[in-house]
Design a protein around this ligand. Structure first.
Ligand code: SF4
Length: 364
């Protein structure tokens, strides 16, 4: 049996890469040191913050909520609330919501739940079905990632947040890094820092990742030790996403060569510095979507375009005419694509070119 490297008691955690092991007490101290170092190193928070923790009800986000609520009790000027976006994934999300409500109640934290059904008119399950019927080439994680980010920013702003903290851990970050490297998408890589977002846009709430340098097995253990994690559910769409394979690949490499995940993170931090010096800005130019007014890298945001492609957002002739030229062209292009796919879906399968378009969804 492994023994704690500090006190010699039975270990609950073994770090093969670092050659250390910890008992429960010393693991929690190690975890706390690690997260505080990330917060300091990347200046994630300011002295006065209204922090909204984006929670899914999974282990990482519950661990983050628990950690930040406790930390905020020692930091005057910080206020922590929680926000859960319910996509409407039957047989999955209802269980994580129940767990979230229990933990939020125990912590006495104020929270809000926003639902795809209320905000978009459809659940994710319905959107996925609709997309398939219309011959759209996107995977469920694409719809989920785009709409979740859109609603999270909007709802957090309405809650008065100055910053949104997300539970992405080191494993999530290096998976996304590798996915974007394989896709040769360096603009997306440039967005993978611990702080993201065009802080200059009045409607954008800054996003931070306090678990940026913390391994998934560490956030899991933190959640288990605090009784936050009493069951395991996997999103039924997860195996369909590109992330699924990348995750298995990185875990296999870590098994064979302990320290692989840390190496990938160091590689990412170096890449971010090189990209910054080369002027590749992750946030790029930020404008307001001509349809909904939310922050967007393009004249029309991805959420509005997807809704148009899905046929759940219709613009009248008059609304279309009023759009600036570039935005109108984007919408007309989306409408043409929609019509083309509708015809193809009623007459046969999507073309290989359509099927090949990437999946840009986030970690579940
Ligand atoms: Fe959404 Fe994650 Fe499920 Fe994909 S795996 S559909 S991103 S919850």
């Amino acid at each position: 049996m492994a023994r704690c490297s500090v006190c010699g008691r039975p270990a609950v955690y073994v770090d093969r890469a670092g050659g250390v092991a910890f008992c429960e007490k010393h693991f929690l101290e190690y975890f706390d040191r690690k997260v505080r170092r990330t917060i300091r190193r990347f200046r994630l928070f300011r002295p006065r913050e209204r922090i909204v923790v984006a929670v899914s009800g999974g282990k990482d986000s519950l661990a983050l909520l628990h950690y930040l609520v406790r930390l905020s009790r020692r930091v005057p000027g910080w206020e922590v609330k929680a926000l859960l976006v319910d996509e409407g994934i039957k047989g999955y999300r209802e269980y994580t919501i129940k767990r979230f409500e229990r933990v939020a109640g125990e912590l006495g934290v104020e929270y809000r739940i926003v639902r795809f059904r209320d905000e978009l008119g459809y659940t994710l399950d319905e959107i996925v079905r609709l997309g398939a019927e219309r011959g759209l080439p996107y995977k469920p994680c694409t719809y989920c990632g785009v709409f979740r980010r859109y609603l999270m920013n909007k709802a957090a702003r309405e809650m008065g947040a100055t910053v949104v903290a997300t539970g992405h851990n080191l494993d999530d970050i290096v998976q996304t890094y590798l996915m974007n490297v394989l896709g040769n998408d360096w603009e997306k890589v440039a967005r993978l820092g611990p702080v993201s977002g065009p802080a200059s846009h009045p409607r954008f709430v800054r996003k931070v990742k306090p678990f940026y340098e913390v391994l998934e097995k560490e956030t899991t253990l933190y959640a288990v030790l605090h009784g936050l994690y009493d069951g395991f559910e996997e999103c039924p769409y997860a195996p369909l996403g590109e992330r699924w394979e990348i995750r298995r690949l990185i875990n296999r490499l870590e098994e064979q060569r302990p320290g692989t995940k840390y190496s990938l993170l160091r590689s990412l931090l170096n890449a971010l510095e090189i990209l910054r010096r080369a002027g590749v800005a992750g946030d790029g130019e930020v404008r307001s979507c001509a349809i909904c007014g939310e922050p967007s890298a393009h004249p029309v945001c991805r959420a509005c375009l997807l809704r148009i492609e899905l046929g759940i957002l219709e613009l009248s002739e008059e609304q279309l005419e009023k759009l600036p030229r570039e935005a109108r062209e984007m919408v007309l292009h989306a409408l043409r694509l929609r019509e083309k796919r509708r015809r193809r879906a009623s007459g046969g399968a999507a073309s290989p070119a359509d099927r090949g378009r990437g999946d840009s969804g986030g970690a579940g």
